[in-house]
Design a protein around this ligand. Sequence first.
Ligand code: NAD
Ligand code: UDX
Length: 470
Amino acid sequence: HTEIKRICCIGAGYVGGPTCSVIALKCPHIIVTIVDLNPARIAAWNSEDFALPIYEPGLEDVVRQTRGRNLFFSTEVDKAVQEADLIFVSVNTPTKTSGVGAGYAADLNYVESATRHIAQVATSSKIVVEKSTVPCRTASSMRTILESNSRPGCHFDILSNPEFLAEGTAIADLYNPDRVLIGALDTPEGAAACAALSSVYANWVPKERILNVGLWSSELSKLAANALLAQRISSINALSAICETTGADVREVAHAVGLDSRIGSKFLRASVGFGGSCFQKDILNLVYLSESLHLPEVAKYWRSVVDMNEWQKLRFAKTVVDNLFGTITNKRIAVLGFAFKADTGDTRESPAITLVKSFVAERAKVAVYDPQVSHDQIWMDMQSACSTPKQELSKQLTLHTDAQSTFAGASAIVVVTEWAEFASPNFDWEGAFAAMTKPAFVFDGRGIVNGARLREIGFKVVTIGRGENL
Ligand code: NAD
Ligand code: UDX
């Protein structure tokens, strides 16, 4: 098979950036160039003070070791494509907002234009790897586009190699993946391309964890993995509602059922709802696929995972209002955390957006603090969620650079993201209590605060999935 000497990655985002930085680290003999159309993003990757465009624990260290050695970030897409033996397509595939399949189907415009661009500029044969999460059959569309537009003498092999990293643990996940999945055509060329990509991963991933399957299976496995993970969260969240009304404790229930080795203990943390750029998008994608295949029952089944998640978010917002005597108008609500999970600055589909929007709709004064998310990002998210300009929104919404300053005169603290800071024994809950109006409430959407200690201070505490509330 071809020996891979140069890799190009199209898309310098949450997936392309960390994935290809780790490849560069683990394969010093391969030159890796990550390209993007967005010059600001590339400039951030190249910034002298390593102010990288995404926050991911351990990432800066990897980039410090590799950048300028065998890792390069560039906006010169054509050059990087021409020089590469293998190209990862790692562009965004958001849910379509208009046209056929709006609200469900993946927008494949970025994948298609990157693919067309490869065909247009490539002057030699390439292995093209679909890294983005895409609906089934996309690899075959990419192949058709490449074959119909290639220059004479240029041959393209297409592979599917979905990414399973989770944000916040991306580097650890990439160092030590449960598996690397490579989908290929069942042809000698497909097998050779698959062997070439496998040999890149084999620099640090044990061979038995590199799995070769068909293209379709590979594409569907990615959607299936995210659907099954999200389904576990919706299942435990559905149980959390039962716990709250019966006096059971969802942590105890999750622990008890998780000890059954057939169920397993991971991914059973009840929460204010799952967020992130993947789960909802990929399930809706699966729903759309099922509908297209005339399988309405299957579509409805997966749709319910997303419906349960929406309900959980709104249920939590309603719990806040109900406990605050039915109204939060003009009351200050301190929101701790805005990212969709801890250890990331990413806010895509964050449950915080839904919560803050509903507090704003109730005419509350909302004070938000997150240790990583930039204020610009929060303004952008909330302006678009509320369809209200910043100037208007700022009458109700204030953003803070520390937790304590959100508490002055607040009626309630709402914990939305499970940042270690909020769970730390050093967190100044006494100070918070002193600054707030009474009764002072804490609504814990992540089950991370020490309820007993907070009640001793005088707080009324409401935790997702716990009957012993208040
Ligand atoms: P992202 O938006 O962070 O990054 C995508 C980048 O691609 C953007 O910077 C954009 O400017 C660039 N781009 C788009 N079209 C381009 C083109 N034609 N040429 C050059 N650059 C182009 O997205 P992401 O979170 O990295 O996700 C990428 C893909 O990976 C998606 O399909 C997603 O579903 C999948 N995925 C994401 C995660 C995750 O945790 N974020 C995990 C697994 C898989
Ligand atoms: C997910 C998949 O885990 C990953 O394999 C895939 O490649 C991309 O999508 P990510 O969205 O980055 O990763 O984070 P993840 O850890 O899966 O969390 C997603 C959401 O679920 C977060 O909002 C998180 O807080 C929530 N969650 C997770 C729970 O509410 N309970 C849990 O038990 C686990």
